[in-house]
Design a binder for this molecule. Structure first.
Ligand code: ATP
Ligand code: MG
Ligand code: MG
Length: 368
């Protein structure tokens, strides 16, 4: 999607990706290699004008070397190394005064028990690193679950920390773009609904009072302003019953909860990423439609039948006004793998939601 936005802007995208052929087949140039391998990263990036990432689990020491060689890395290696360690991220935002839930690192059983006594249950235990789609999270409902939860995450040596359970009423996300000169612009507030820890549906604008939207936007901008470097940031937040907004985490890149911007905003998250990292003026983040919903299309298994079910959804989207298909062209389906998404726009979020339901009804073969 970044490559699709790059083409009309005259930006030649050169992509380092471990799969062959790369999903970003539209990229003007593709290098097969690992973003976690120092030599691959250096060889790939040494002739680039600007280097950015679409995943935070990257070799940030290699990015630091590039910076020392005079290569422009955006956001900076320092920002990426803070964000890729979720505990360091929390510490950073706590110091910056961004509202957060309670969190504490745990290095052994005694420390975990002490945190459990303090935070209570359910207790969220998280891996510091390599987390995505909830894969680094384990919930202990009682003290009897603690050792299984730790084992599920690979043990204390992996680097774990705890978060006090946040009894949120909804999850919100705000995409924030930051320019090289430090200007920050926020997109509208989105409501995100997760299924099995994976983002399922986003609705924009979120159905919340204007005062809550304002508070979420202020918190998201403040969090991004506390980081170095240019680019796009997906800010995930919790909205509590008492009205408070707490930061969950930040992704230093275009994000699922910003996919709706492709159809729904004047300048989408991908074009604004490019504008930001190139040092060009930022684009307009306002919506140009009244409402938008995004639905992730995940594989529900392997093989042709799973592929066909997803193709049916894409085909149904072509029949409904305002529905847009995005098929990623990944070779094989796997359970839980993001294979594409739909964005459905309407005069307001309710119309967009009704249109999405129409797509899913058609795809399921039921009479619509
Ligand atoms: P992503 O794919 O967004 O990077 P991740 O693997 O980094 O996800 P988190 O964002 O930390 O995981 O958590 C995934 C989901 O788990 C959240 O969106 C939220 O629904 C739930 N969650 C996370 N932390 C807490 C908490 N402290 N209390 C309650 N629920 C939580
Ligand atoms: Mg994450
Ligand atoms: Mg998350």
């Amino acid at each position: 999607m970044l490559a699709i936005a790059a083409s009309p802007m005259g930006v030649q995208l050169h992509c380092l990706d471990p799969s062959d052929p790369a999903p970003a087949a539209v990229a003007s140039k593709h290098t097969l290699g690992s973003y976690q391998n120092r030599d691959d990263v250096i060889a790939f990036a040494k002739d680039c004008d600007v280097v950015t990432v679409e995943i935070e689990h990257i070799d940030t020491k290699a990015l630091k070397e590039l910076e020392d060689m005079g290569i422009d890395v955006q956001p900076t290696s320092r920002t990426l190394s803070i964000i890729q360690d979720k505990y360091a991220q929390k510490e950073h935002f706590a110091k910056a005064g961004v509202p957060l839930g309670d969190f504490k690192s745990v290095a052994d059983e005694a420390e975990l028990q002490a945190v459990a006594d303090d935070f209570g249950f359910p207790l969220m235990i998280k891996s510091r690193r390599m987390a995505y789609d909830g894969k680094g999270n384990a919930v202990a409902k009682t003290s009897g679950d603690l050792s299984d939860a730790v084992a599920k995450l690979g043990g204390y040596d992996k680097g774990l920390y705890c978060e006090k359970w946040v009894p949120f009423v909804r999850e919100l996300a705000v995409m924030v773009v930051r320019s090289k000169s430090g200007e920050v612009r926020a997109y509208p507030v989105t409501e995100t609904v997760h299924a099995n820890n994976i983002c399922d549906v986003t609705t924009t604008p979120a159905n919340i009072p204007a005062s809550v939207a304002k508070e979420a936007t202020i918190a998201a901008k403040a969090a991004v302003a506390s980081l170095e470097g240019a680019g796009m940031f997906g800010v995930e937040m919790f909205h509590l019953e008492d009205g408070r907004i707490l930061l969950n985490e930040i992704a230093p890149r275009p994000h699922n909860s910003g996919h709706y911007t492709i159809e729904a905003c004047a300048c989408c998250q991908y074009q604004n990423t490019l504008r930001a990292i190139m040092g060009w003026p930022l684009g307009d983040t306002d919506m140009r439609v009244g409402g938008a919903v995004m639905k992730n299309i995940l594989g529900d298994g392997e093989g042709d039948a799973a592929m066909r079910r997803m193709h049916d959804v894409m085909g149904a989207a072509l029949k409904v006004p305002g529905a847009n298909m995005h098929w990623y062209g990944k070779e094989a389906s796997k359970a839980g793998r993001k294979m594409g998404h739909l964005t459905v726009t309407g005069k307001h979020p309710t119309e967009a939601t009704a249109r999405l339901e129409q797509v899913l009804t058609i795809a399921s073969g039921e009479p619509d």
